[in-house]
Design a protein around this ligand. Structure first.
Ligand SMILES: [Zn+2]
Length: 200
């Protein structure tokens, strides 16, 4: 059983639980991350991952997943864990792991994200530096070969930056990938990207 409240009492987590109640959705869906960067200082890009399994197999998807017992009912922890497991990115912009700090008295909220609910799933937009996909993909490959790791750490084939400008065209169906071998997006990613393109 996972908690149905955030044990850290984050305001944002409370809002998410309340909003989900309002739309009549109390089942836990987990959280998603929308990592953006201004790649080459000119194009706003989002990092997506090519899924290996499940309903989104062989489609590019957001970094996302269900809440785990170890997330303590916290969507920030949930999102950050997914980022680490699926995209191999260690980040403390959402939730500062107090075990990681020398001064471990404080758990704090960061202002470094934008959060919105897509259907019932909180999506966290965070800025990331231009992390090399080559580096991430090497880590992903290594993890995928390691059968000692859980499935949750071997979910992606690779990650790729997609410019929001191109995604708009992909979604409209006009863009045939030049740089991307296959630009097929999951239904979830398509919905979230559409939301971002129209609201931000
Ligand atoms: Zn929380």
């Amino acid at each position: 059983m996972t908690h149905n409240y955030c044990i850290h009492n984050h305001k944002i987590c409370q809002y998410i639980y309340n909003d989900r109640k309002k739309i009549g959705y109390e089942k836990n869906t987990g959280a998603a991350v929308f990592p953006v960067t201004n790649l080459f200082k000119k194009e706003l890009c989002v990092l997506l991952g090519l899924e290996r399994h499940g309903i989104y197999s062989d489609l590019f998807n957001l970094c996302a997943g269900g809440m785990d017992k170890k997330d303590n009912g916290c969507f920030l922890q949930n999102a950050q864990r997914e980022l680490k497991e699926e995209f191999k990115i260690k980040c403390n912009k959402l939730w500062a792991d107090c075990n990681d700090k020398t001064d471990n008295t404080e758990v704090y909220e960061s202002e470094d994200y934008i959060c919105f609910l897509f259907n019932a799933t909180p999506v966290f937009i965070i800025g990331i530096s231009n992390i090399s996909t080559e580096l991430i993909n090497k880590k992903i490959e290594k993890c995928n070969c390691n059968r000692d790791l859980s499935w949750s750490e071997r979910e992606m084939y690779k990650v790729e930056y997609f410019s929001l400008k191109n995604l708009k065209l992909i979604i409209l169906g006009y863009y045939k990938g030049i740089e991307y071998r296959d630009a097929s997006l999951s239904k979830f990613a398509t919905g979230v990207i559409q939301h971002v393109l129209t609201h931000f």
